[in-house]
Design a protein around this ligand. Structure first.
Ligand code: AMP
Length: 614
């Protein structure tokens, strides 16, 4: 098996000692070359390692694998599963069963995925050593980037990174998002000095649990060091735009602090104050400059104006995040948008080896050491995904899954992973398309997440949840002898933060008009009915704006159908789309809106699963 780059210091991937950057870059490229060249052998070895070390676990014994570690037997015997299939085992672990159910190594914590099941976040078991694997992938990113944009070691990155709330399972394991787990780990906190992970935000500002204080202090530090900043970013595009919006709201206060070298009293976390004070010095000249820029009527190009040496924006704009590309282009005067990696709570998958390509051309090379990857072929006809909802059960269907090195150029697949932490043939739910190869390893375009209708930030709402939310809200209209005869939805990202818009056509048989407050209640009922990731985005992260209902005049949905038929849809097969994205359709709907209403307050949300709190 090709050797991973040598660890350094605390083992955080490719550390840099004594500024030997070239050496680090060379080792990263050698590693990528090795594992992509020998992708098949590496994958077989990964599977064998996972099955050998977990031969005693209950899950594999249940399927009578009997210690066999070859791919053929594994594929014949072990079923392809969804989260729901694994839920009973996951619940046992969450409730405190410490026996080796999925993995022989102790489950160190649960990573709470933004995918949901029964309205709650999915819980992904993980083990300590996975942190090393994640670190390794991170350590490959900058050597790749440096090939295309040299000199990044001569300045800093202004990244808006945040931790989110944590909860404990009834059995006492931590449950938190994967990035919170990573930022709190020694791999991140105690990373050795490395020009590639030299950020404007001190660790304390990133680790501050109060999102206002965290954002304020990170922006303040980023502004104070504006000339040193060579790249800016956040994990997802939505998070970066939120930071710009925050700046729009708070630049007066930020400038006041920069002018006087003082820190606003709302920032009361002692460790944050201490860390910011190390950077903040009175700088009236800088404050004047920022003030003048922010006062200008247009914020077009604000990034390049305030951080003039910025070479690119590092944010994910693939998948649903592509809806934010125009806004980012506006704020940055068209700086390159760079998508560096593809990862999830289940497993970190791979990286983009051509990071300066256009967002529409981004493809990710899966790194064969991260997990054992399989691929379920998908046929999407006319943009509709046709993969079976349930796991394939019979042997023939099992065999349909292909290995990493056997995928075909241009074909779409659903990703299936077997991880070191104890997921076996687990359907991730992402649809990928093979766009090319790096040596023997395929490169995938991210196509979409299966069954996601609406998404603003990390929320992923499917049609079923939407239908249920509309039904709950529509019941509220019965008292007026009214009903929702048709509906569709739209993720409106023209507002910051973006918000869900529901277009409702109403059938009214009663004589009493419906008061606006009833529609506002309907907005809130829908929000209360949506999953916990949505409600967290609304109530805690403030990354999603209030849900809006737009009432459209009678006959609007007939017009929508007429439009679809004029575009070639078949009248026999026509179904009202429950989510729309296409601009002419949205224009048609908007032109027939008679009134609109917003949710008057945030829906309820508590950290941790509902059932743990009751
Ligand atoms: P989570 O489990 O909450 O960490 O979310 C992981 C999911 O986010 C993945 O399965 C993808 O659906 C999505 N995702 C992660 N990275 C990317 C990317 N680079 N492009 C598009 N979608 C991504």
């Amino acid at each position: 098996m090709p050797e991973a780059p040598k660890k350094c210091g605390n083992g955080a991937g490719l550390g840099v000692e004594g500024g030997i950057l070239d050496d680090k870059n060379i080792r990263a490229f050698e590693f990528i070359e090795d594992v992509t060249m020998n992708a098949k052998e590496v994958q077989m070895q990964v599977l064998s390692e996972i099955l050998t070390s977990n031969s005693n676990v209950e899950y594999l014994q249940r399927h009578v694998l009997n210690g066999r570690v070859d791919a053929d037997t594994f594929k014949k015997i072990v079923p392809v599963v969804t989260y729901e299939d694994m839920l009973p085992d996951i619940e046992r672990i969450a409730n405190g069963d410490m026996s080796p159910i999925l993995c022989s190594k102790p489950i160190s914590e649960f990573l709470t995925s933004s995918g949901t099941s029964g309205g709650e976040r999915k819980l992904m078991p993980t083990i300590e050593e996975e942190l090393g694997r994640r670190s390794l992938l991170y350590s490959l990113l900058m050597p790749v980037m440096n090939q295309f944009v040299p000199g990044l070691d001569e300045g800093k990155g202004m990244y808006f990174l945040f931790v989110k709330s944590e909860a404990k399972t009834p059995g006492g394991l931590m449950a938190r998002p994967v990035l919170t787990s990573y930022y709190k780990s020694s791999y991140f906190r105690d990373r050795p000095y490395d020009p590639y992970t030299n950020y404007t935000s001190p660790n304390e500002t990133i680790l501050c649990p109060d999102s206002y204080q965290s954002m304020y202090s990170q922006l303040l530090c980023g502004l104070c060091q504006n000339k040193e900043v060579l790249r800016v970013g956040a994990v997802f595009a939505s998070g970066f735009i939120r930071a710009i919006r925050f700046l729009e709201k708070h630049w007066v206060l930020l400038c006041k602090d920069i002018r006087a070298g003082t820190l606003d009293s709302q920032i009361n976390d002692p460790s944050v104050r201490e860390a910011v004070k190390r950077i903040l010095k009175p700088n009236p000249e800088l404050a004047d400059f920022i003030e003048a820029e922010c006062r200008r009527e247009s914020w077009e190009g604000i990034i390049t104006r305030l951080w003039p040496n910025t070479k690119y924006i590092d944010v994910i704009v693939t998948g649903t995040m592509s809806q934010y590309i125009p806004t980012l282009d506006y704020y940055s005067n068209g700086l390159p948008l760079v998508c560096t990696m593809y990862a999830s709570s289940e497993c970190y998958f791979g990286l983009n080896l051509n990071p300066l390509c256009k967002p529409s051309e981004v493809s990710y090379t899966l790194i064969p050491t991260m997990a054992y990857f399989e691929f379920l072929p998908v046929n999407r006809k006319n943009g509709f995904t046709n993969v079976s909802q349930s796991a394939p059960r019979n042997e023939k269907e099992h065999q349909e899954l292909v290995d990493l090195v056997d995928v075909k150029l241009g074909q779409e697949y659903e990703l299936v992973v077997t991880t070191y932490a104890g997921l076996y043939r687990y359907r991730v739910g992402d649809i990928l398309c093979v766009a090319g190869f790096k040596n023997k390893a395929p490169q995938f375009k991210f196509i979409c997440r299966k069954n996601v209708a609406l998404s603003i930030d990390s929320d992923k709402t499917d049609e079923f949840e939407l239908q249920n939310a509309v039904k709950n809200a529509a019941d509220h209209l019965l008292q007026f002898d009214a009903s929702v005869t048709e509906y569709t939805s739209y993720a409106d990202t023209s507002t910051i933060p973006g918000h869900y818009v529901l277009y409702w056509e109403i059938g009214l048989s009663g004589a009493t008009p419906i008061p606006p407050s009833v529609f506002e209640d309907c907005c809130l009922i829908m929000e209360e009915s949506l999953n916990s990731v949505y409600r967290q985005g609304r109530a805690s992260d403030k990354s999603i704006g209030p849900l809006e209902i737009r009432i459209v005049e009678g006959g609007t949905f007939d017009k929508l159908m007429d439009y679809a038929l004029s575009q070639g849809a078949s009248i026999n097969q026509y179904k009202t789309p429950r989510c729309v994205k296409y601009a002419p359709i949205i224009e048609l709907l908007n032109s027939r809106v008679v009134s609109n209403y917003f949710s008057p307050k945030c829906p309820k949300w508590v950290s941790g699963h509902k059932q743990w709190c009751t």
